[in-house]
Ligand binder design. Structure first.
Ligand SMILES: Cc1cc2nc3c(=O)[nH]c(=O)nc-3n(C[C@H](O)[C@H](O)[C@H](O)COP(=O)(O)OP(=O)(O)OC[C@H]3O[C@@H](n4cnc5c(N)ncnc54)[C@H](O)[C@@H]3O)c2cc1C
Length: 405
């Protein structure tokens, strides 16, 4: 019989959130195992995967603190300004990073780069083991720990089990945590564009009657689009021949970027809200999309996820030097309390924005334009919204706060 491996923390799911948490714990000297059913080599290459993530300043601080941000920064594009506009209306809000300080508001980084950077950092940490590919088949919890049985016969005994296995987490179901799924009836279209004119680090979000359309700057004269449309329309748009797809996109981007070409495959993602009833269970915690699946409208999903990872790592990091138990009830209750408000607020905000802009009734459209025009002339309100988007507000984990000079 294969002997049991003992560890402090076992993380199921080696996606961007599971890996970031593991790297934070490993950096703090906490013995950690990550189990993912996919092999790291099985991931799509950068050319095949057009997905990018907007990493807010607060998240970047955390990633830097755990030694994973240098490669992301080197291959990423700083966001200097953000413009939000209703369709082609002249009213809009322009957020300029210099109104807050001299740091960018965030960075656009390809998902493949994020993954490579986290894996590279993970391999440097002796307390961290990556079991990928590996699949668990049994989970048994008792008062002092969790036993995982793997398909290949290996066994793990952990003091804390973390579910980081994504929006449709099966582990969450096994832990008895109830999830409410609400399909948005929308699909997100993602693709990379090349363009003749520079973007100057400007990210834009246009709210068209058929759905929100974001253009995110990438290094060079490239941008990523994230475009949410009703499911049926998204299916037909995503399957257009490249020249017709580019014509539709050009119509929405306008003339700002000059001539546009398609540089990647067009990928689609069904958009579903996943709302969990609890963030913890006996000896277990949820992080990332396993803890909350939100609409990508504000580009906040992974930023919220990193706040989970940073908060949980901080609580465990406080106990580890004292030899205390990382899966004890008090720690888990503190984690759930700490993360509840941020999670429910972002679910409500992203859901609310999507509903507000999905309605094309004239009075609502006028009210939205008036709102944009007003906010654009209110520097204090603008700075507050910017700080929110940059992940600089709320009860932040220490590694996300501004360094004290
Ligand atoms: C179109 C779109 C655009 C987005 N843009 C942004 C953005 O700009 N900014 C932002 O912050 N967020 C953005 N997001 C959200 C972001 O992509 C997610 O929040 C993030 O990927 C969540 O990572 P995760 O590791 O929690 O989950 P996942 O990425 O789903 O990873 C889950 C991992 O668990 C593994 N797994 C699953 N089941 C098992 C199992 N049974 N056993 C072992 N392993 C398992 C999987 O192999 C995978 O590696 C966007 C999302 C979409 C759809």
């Amino acid at each position: 019989m294969t002997p049991t491996t003992f560890t402090d923390v076992a993380i199921v799911g080696g996606g961007p959130t599971g890996l970031a948490l593991a790297v934070a714990l490993g950096s703090d000297g906490v013995d950690t195992i990550v189990i993912d059913r996919a092999s790291p080599d099985a991931q799509p290459s950068r050319d095949a995967d057009p997905r990018v993530t907007a990493i807010a300043l607060g998240s970047a601080r955390f990633l830097r603190a755990i030694g994973a941000f240098d490669a992301m920064e080197a291959a990423g594009q700083p966001i200097f300004d953000i413009a939000v506009q209703e369709s082609r209306s002249p009213f809009g809000i322009r957020y300029d990073h210099s109104e807050i300080g001299d740091e960018p508001m965030g960075w656009i980084v390809e998902n493949a780069v994020i993954r490579e950077a986290l894996l590279a950092r993970a391999h440097e940490l002796s307390e961290l083991s990556l079991w990928m590919p590996a699949a668990y088949i049994s989970v048994a919890r008792d008062e002092t720990g969790v036993d995982l049985g793997l398909e290949d016969g290996r066994r793990v005994r952990a003091r804390l089990l973390v579910a980081a296995d994504g929006k449709f987490s099966k582990l969450r179901d096994r832990l008895g945590i109830v999830t409410h799924y609400t399909p948005y009836g929308q699909t997100g279209i993602v693709a990379t564009l090349g363009h003749a004119e520079p973007h100057h680090g400007l990210a834009t979000e246009h709210f068209f009657p058929d759905g929100p359309f974001a253009v995110l700057p990438m290094p060079g004269n490239r941008s990523s689009i994230v475009w949410a449309l009703d499911d049926a329309l998204a299916k037909s748009v995503a399957s257009l021949p490249a020249d017709q797809f580019v014509a539709e996109v050009t119509d929405r981007v306008g003339e700002r970027l000059g001539a546009v070409e398609l540089l990647s495959p067009v990928r689609t993602f069904p958009l579903v809200l996943a709302h969990v009833e609890h963030l913890t269970a006996q000896r277990a915690a949820l992080v990332g999309d396993a803890a909350h699946g939100i609409h990508p409208i504000a580009g906040q999903g992974w930023n919220l996820a990193l706040r989970d990872a940073a908060a949980l790592a901080e609580l465990i990091g406080e106990t580890a030097p004292l030899g205390l138990d990382p899966g004890n009830d008090r720690l888990l209750a503190r984690y759930a309390r700490w993360r509840r408000l941020d999670t429910t607020t972002l679910i409500a905000v992203t859901d609310g924005i999507n509903r507000l802009f999905a309605n094309d009734a004239t009075p609502l459209r006028l009210a939205r334009n008036l709102g944009f025009a007003l906010v654009d002339r209110m520097p204090a309100a603008k700075r507050l919204f910017m700080r929110h988007a940059m992940g600089m507000i709320g009860d932040l984990p220490a590694r996300m706060r501004a360094p004290i000079l």
